[in-house]
Design a protein around this ligand. Structure first.
Ligand code: ADP
Ligand code: MG
Length: 250
């Protein structure tokens, strides 16, 4: 589904992604771990083209993300084609990013009605199903500020799912939460994984990564330093940098 080849990205003279190679197949749950500043968020943003990239390629179902190729040269892709690709990827951020002036239901139907032109009653029905799935059926008519962080994040997950994405990207979805609220968000994500959703998750929740992911990627200094099944990466990491990182966080 996702094929990242020799991806490179700089901010000015700062090289933040270096020769990243990663493949994600349908149904994969890939956990990305690594220290702060290692390029994890930038990698997610390159996948859905919230950031452009300088080298290599990100392909989604074989289609180059963000650029159009003609005669071996690259030009920026049309806004329409970027939006079309992006609509197939849901993204959940650390800080929920719900629209504060809208109710939870309005947040969830905004994308489907405005972007996909789904009729409102159909969007509402789908939204109600999604809100029930994340345990928020009763909260449909309240504004985000009336919800706990854990509830807001579950609403953000429902909002992303409302676009019927084929791939879900999560950037530290539980990092801004009080400890007692982390579990409810992780369990919503676990359920999604069990339903077969393809997911790429940047997380510091090592237990969750170990249980739910089928692959773990360790990043440091803009590189993928190690990648493998969770048992292997957590129990017998082959790289000294991975061992050192895990000894600090486990
Ligand atoms: P992580 O998510 O692993 O903490 P990031 O992808 O956010 O890492 O950042 C990687 C590096 O890129 C860091 O050194 C960070 O300071 C830098 N960086 C991130 N975003 C920007 C930006 N918009 N402009 C300049 N530098 C950035
Ligand atoms: Mg980050």
């Amino acid at each position: 589904m996702l094929d990242i080849e020799n991806l490179g990205k700089s901010y000015g003279s700062l090289e933040v992604l270096k020769d990243i190679n990663l493949r994600v197949h349908a149904g994969d749950v890939v956990a990305i771990i690594g220290p702060s500043g290692s390029g994890k968020s930038t990698l997610l943003k390159c996948i859905n083209f919230l950031e452009n990239y300088d080298q290599g390629a990100v392909r989604f179902d074989g289609q180059l993300v963000g650029y159009a190729e003609r005669d071996g040269k690259r030009a920026p892709a049309s806004e329409r084609s970027v939006n079309q690709l992006r609509s197939q990827m849901g993204m959940v951020f650390q800080n929920f990013n719900l629209f504060p002036h809208m109710t939870i239901l309005e947040n969830v139907i905004e994308g489907p009605t405005q972007v996909l032109r789904v009729p409102r009653d159909e969007a509402v029905r789908h939204a109600e199903t999604l809100l029930a799935r994340v345990g928020l059926a009763e909260k449909r008519d309240v504004k985000p500020t009336r919800l706990s962080g854990g509830q807001q994040q579950r609403a953000a997950i429902a909002r992303a799912l409302a676009m019927k994405p084929r791939l879900m990207l999560f950037d530290e979805p539980t990092s801004a939460l009080d400890p007692e609220l982390v579990g409810e968000v992780l369990s919503a994500m676990r359920q999604l994984a069990q339903e077969g959703m393809t997911m790429v998750i940047v997380t510091h929740e090592m237990g969750f990564a170990r249980d739910v992911a089928n692959r773990v990627v360790f990043m440091e200094g803009g590189y993928i330093v190690e990648e493998g099944p969770p048992d292997q990466v957590f129990s017998s990491p082959s790289n000294a940098r991975t061992r050192e990182f895990l000894s600090r966080v486990l």
